[in-house]
Design a protein around this ligand. Structure first.
Ligand code: NAD
Length: 293
């Protein structure tokens, strides 16, 4: 039952982990957050504080709720310290090996009732669950970016996920004021099965010289009424994450239509990952984003 969930552990204090922590804390949950990178973890509280203050200033969050929420989030540098949580949301790098290792480290410290979830954008929930001691208490809980703003949480059932686990997560999503959809466990689920090939196609259009960065983004913003162009959106998501999702689609569905664009591969090889490290299809180091091609 979602009423039994009081303390939530988040693994990964990146773009998604911090956004999810903010949503949960502002909805009244206590949150423990872990990251393997000490610098990332040290910066986490200040980033969340800044984001909560911005939400208050924009009138999206009441001042009182904002102030209490900051105190509800604690950082923990050892993953074992998340052992007392009722629910875990894994939001680390989109890499299956990393995610398996996280659950392997975590499981021996957990209480029997603890539910495990992954915020993965594309990786098989059934495979992740099968390597834990509780596949029936494991499911996908896919928040969108930015988590405090986006309404949807895509819930993904693995082959062994129990109805109780699904009901519990549905209840939790409702409590935090969001809307859930259900997806079966196939590569990239629903949102990214549809969204990511479109972004990949935008990158192919750039690679083949059909248009410049600006003309591709303007075309889709103004011509298809998308709030962001595909290249802007790729930078916003993170190019490493986009590539990981395309690889999961390509490997999992064995169809050449999901072949990641070689230009996307090249950007990731250059460590041009988008907004999170200030360079991708645009350079974000100055006042205004400037296209890099
Ligand atoms: P990110 O690169 O911003 O953050 C990932 C974090 O995971 C980093 O801080 C890294 O240090 C940490 N990490 C890596 N290995 C770890 C380990 N072993 N233990 C603890 N922490 C570890 O990535 P992100 O954009 O926040 O994505 C995280 C997850 O959320 C991925 O599975 C991604 O597919 C998913 N997701 C991303 C988006 C998006 O738009 N970026 C949207 C929905 C879901």
């Amino acid at each position: 039952m979602s009423d039994d969930i009081k303390l939530i552990g988040i693994v990964g204090a990146g773009q998604m982990g911090l956004g999810i922590a903010q949503v949960l804390a502002t909805s009244g949950f206590n949150v423990l957050i872990n990251d393997r990178d000490q610098i990332t973890l040290n910066n986490a509280s200040n980033i969340i504080k800044d984001n909560i203050n911005k939400a208050i200033n924009r009138g999206r969050l009441e001042k009182d709720i904002g102030s209490y929420s900051i105190d509800r989030i604690k950082t923990k540098n050892n993953i074992a310290q998340l052992g007392g949580c009722d629910l875990i949301i894994e939001a680390a790098t989109e890499n299956e090996k990393i995610k398996h290792e996280i659950f392997q480290k975590l499981v021996p410290h957990l209480q029997p009732h603890t539910i495990l979830t992954s915020n993965t954008s594309s990786i098989s929930i059934t495979r992740l669950a099968a390597r834990t001691d509780r596949p029936e208490k494991f499911m996908g809980c896919h928040f969108m970016k930015p988590a405090p703003v986006m309404q949807l949480v895509e819930l993904v059932r693995g082959i062994a996920t129990s109805e109780e686990t699904i009901d519990c997560l549905k209840g939790l999503v409702k409590k935090i004021g969001k809307i859930s959809t259900n997806s079966e466990d196939f590569p990239a689920f629903i949102v990214n099965r549809i969204l990511m090939p479109m972004i990949n196609e935008g990158i192919y259009a750039l690679y083949e010289g059909v248009g410049t960065v600006e003309s591709i983004d303007n075309s889709m913003r103004l011509g298809a009424n998308h709030p962001m162009g595909p290249l802007e959106l790729a930078d916003f998501i993170g190019l490493d994450t986009c590539l990981a999702i395309m690889n999961t689609l390509h490997d999992g569905l064995a169809d050449t239509k999901y072949r990641p664009c070689p230009l996307l591969v090249k950007y990731v090889e250059a460590d041009w990952l988008g907004r999170k490290n200030k360079i991708g299809f645009y350079n974000y180091k100055g006042e205004k984003p400037v296209p890099t091609r």
